[in-house]
Design a protein around this ligand. Structure first.
Ligand SMILES: Cc1ncc(COP(=O)(O)O)c(C=O)c1O
Length: 343
């Protein structure tokens, strides 16, 4: 449908003409032999961006998390994470199957963990208590509305992880959004995690791909797990070229997505007080309380007008801004949400 405004997720973007040209021109080789120059270049660029030793290209954010959990934990240990974290909400039990960990979920603040709360909840590190292997944090938080932990919280969590001798895992599906929102240095944020992922296929607009990032030994092991999970690819430079293009061209522009999300939040909050708190919208995700209207009904009404948004709960809508929807499209979506919530 022409003029469609799709704000269900930042994963719905399509490659731009520039990105398609980069894909078409990509030099490729067999990456299982380590011979794809474009994949190697992408891995080196991402590791260098965060001041870390190594990175490995994987097909999805989920796989990046799964290979890292295999590296950072052992079967029978515990992964501590927030109650609504992607790893428990949306990975269909993968951590239990692949890493064979049990998850200990703690309620946070908009999906964020706080070191003092985690410290208070951690069980003693002695038999017969279940051993904690890793603490996992999402930066930014998906179900927490794009909230950013930021360097201070992450450093406090790192200090706790060191104190307890456990790993700090970062699900950085939207880490670039966090960095653009805070202006914090990528190297300092990247240094807080034992190992972490970044996604190229969310706000950065690439069609496929994530990277697991960390020290050389961890990433070497992650390569083995990628292979075991069936995620080692052949001429993957076709995909990595899109990722390199995204890194070169689509990071700074995330600020536009954040501005569009704030504008949606202000428009909806002004017309429908209490439905959204604009001060909490700091990146590209906006949650709107449609009460007393059902979110599913609102979704259907907007769809008829060519605007797609997500129903995340009985009265909860989610709008995620990204590079395929401009400010005018976001205004249109906000106006329709207002009309629906009033209706
Ligand atoms: C926070 C977070 N982590 C991980 C993922 C998984 O990424 P993928 O869909 O590429 O597997 C997502 C997907 O939206 C996400 O929001």
């Amino acid at each position: 449908m022409s003029g469609l405004v799709d704000l269900r997720s930042d994963t719905v973007t399509r490659p731009t003409p520039g990105m398609r040209a980069a894909i078409a021109a990509a030099e490729v080789g067999d990456d299982v032999y380590g011979e794809d120059p474009t994949v190697c270049a992408l891995e080196e660029e991402v590791a260098a961006h965060f001041g870390r030793e190594a990175a490995v290209f994987v097909p999805s954010g989920l796989m990046a998390t799964q290979v890292l959990l295999r590296v950072l934990t052992r079967p029978g240990t515990e992964l501590v994470c927030e109650s609504d974290a992607h790893v428990v909400a949306y990975e269909v039990g993968a951590a239990a199957i692949n890493a064979q960990v049990q998850t200990r979920t703690l309620d946070g603040d908009r999906g964020r963990l706080d070191a003092d709360r985690v410290r208070a909840a951690l069980r003693p590190a002695s038999f017969p208590y279940t051993e904690v292997a890793a603490i996992s944090v999402e930066e930014t938080t998906n179900r927490g509305g794009g909230a950013v932990h930021g360097l201070d919280r992450l450093r406090a969590l790192r200090a706790l992880a060191d104190e307890r001798g456990v790993a700090l895992h970062g699900d950085g599906a939207r880490l670039f959004n966090a960095l653009v929102a805070t202006g914090e240095p990528a190297g300092e944020v990247g240094a807080t995690f034992t190992a972490f992922s970044v996604c190229l296929s969310k706000g950065l607009g690439a069609p496929v791909g994530s990277l697991a990032v960390g020290d050389a030994a961890a990433i070497e092991e992650a390569r083995l797990w990628r292979r075991r999970f069936g995620g080692a690819m052949r001429q993957a430079g076709i995909l990595a070229a899109a990722g390199r293009y995204a890194l070169a061209n689509h990071i700074e522009r995330l600020a536009e997505d954040h501005a569009n999300a704030r504008a949606i939040a202000h428009r909806v909050a002004d017309a429908c007080p209490g439905s959204v708190e604009p001060a909490t919208v700091t990146t590209n995700i906006v949650y709107v309380d449609t009460s007393p209207r059902s979110a599913a009904e609102v979704v259907d009404e907007l769809r008829v007008e060519g605007v797609l948004v997500g129903a995340m709960g009985p009265n909860l809508l989610r709008l995620v801004t990204h590079l395929d929807v401009d400010a005018a499209g976001c205004r249109r979506a906000a106006d329709l949400v207002v009309a629906a919530c009033r209706g």
